[in-house]
Write a protein that binds this ligand. Sequence first.
Ligand code: ATP
Ligand code: MG
Ligand code: MG
Length: 542
Amino acid sequence: MENQSNFIKTIMENDLETGKHKEIITRFPPEPNGFLHIGHARAIITNFELAKVFNGKTNLRYDDTNPSKEDSIYVEAIERDVRWLGYEPSAIYFASDYFTEMFERAKLLIKKGLAYVDDQTAEEISKTRGDVVTPGIESPYRNRTVEENLKLFEEMEEGKYPEGSKVLRAKIDMTSSNMNMRDPVLYRINFATHHNTKDKWKIYPMYDYAHPIEDAIEGITHSLCSLEFEDHRPLYDWVVKETEMPLVPRQIEFGRLGIENTVMSKRYLKQLVDSKLVTGWDDPRMPTLSGLRKKGYTKEAIRAFILATGLGKVNSEVELDMLESFVRDDLNMRAKRAFAVIDPIKVTITNYPEDKIEYFDVPFHSENESLGSRKIAFSKHIYIDREDFLEERPDKKYKRLSLGREVRLFHTYFIQANDVVKDSEGNITEILATYDVATLSGSGFSERKPDGTIHFVEATTAIPATFNFFGQLLKNDSSLPLEERFNTESLAVKQGFIEGSLKDVLHEEKFQFIRNGYFNCYYNNDNKYIFNEIVALKKSYK
Ligand code: ATP
Ligand code: MG
Ligand code: MG
């Protein structure tokens, strides 16, 4: 962001130049009602990176004003994900830390004749709000005296009135052309236990009242939020002014980031979790940061992607291909390259001695020496991927193994397929082949050209591994109800092998399995090796 210009950075520069602010302070204010998703990454990166440009500060603040939906599980997950992205909050706060101050300032509004207790039901309030062409109707309770309002509001706080029976509303203008200014609700009664304040409070502030006060208390200079809050800005400013907050933050809206056919609403994602269609918020098919991480996306790729999408004043939607290409670009030079056979078929090299194993020293990445090297094995028994063999060569362009033809096995020898063994149903269970010792890689052999070069693993040293492949979580049709929209084919699990040299692979270590794609090691400790496909190789490679 340092070298990128955007409209918010320009505003900040100006505010520092004119002396309006001495320091830039931003905040990332998630509601702890779900895990963070890739859309949140835009808000996180924008807030932290902009503050960084000006040596400012960024708070992580939980906007925990609705106890019915919030949970400390989400509080922990959010902090973990922010840190995972590489950001250290200057301070961590909870909106609920400010409930007393908010309550006091609400009483100030009442005393100024700017707020009243309304006994109308939620339906009545929404019905009498009017619409763009119809002015709202004033509540019959709008002209209660200050004394009565104070008494009722305090009694609401004491828990004297049932949920839904009363609210506190701002007294602004029921004819305002901005619907948000038509006597918005400031407080509602809620008896749920709050994750932080437990049962202390019986009333909770609404977002539009709480948020500006939170920002002002923390001395936030630029309160960045997504575009849907644009119409709320006059109310934001009204709250700061009328509650007489000493510091005045400025709300600035930016466009939301969307990804094609990716649902990012936490409410929707929660339904997927609750219905057990996915294994949890961090299911690798989920667009959550924890899901993408489990799948194997790196923070570097996510950050580069977010910065490349730019920051505009309109909502934008990008293709999934764009995100995937950033993941590939990041892993291309960094991920070790090794062999895995995902759909194995046995190959027996009939002219190779039974008890012999050869090892070849091979770098993990021919263009990145820092990744080191490993020893790959070769013997009479190997596996290749089933899709690398056809009994009959279909045409001259076929670059794999077929009967009577030769291929090179990476880093080792040419092999020629001579025969196959089939089971009673006619499926090939084994390929019988011969190798030619003269063709060893690096020997300079040039008398024959093989049909192609394929990967393999030596069978007696190979390690059994599980490979998870992830497809689109949802079908493209957004009109379908959740259960039908869920793509039941979004997970495919395959059992194969990785080369024996990967015995000590680390949790979350990433590989390019040659000719197969990028994979993230995700193994549980009982000696099982599980790999998640991160992203396929570019389709053009074959
Ligand atoms: P959702 O609607 O997906 O549940 P939210 O906006 O309710 O998300 P919050 O916890 O309120 O989630 O969001 C914290 C911050 O992240 C807000 O400032 C919000 O504007 C921003 N944000 C959320 N989704 C996106 C997105 N897709 N693009 C950019 N910013 C986003
Ligand atoms: Mg929300
Ligand atoms: Mg929202």
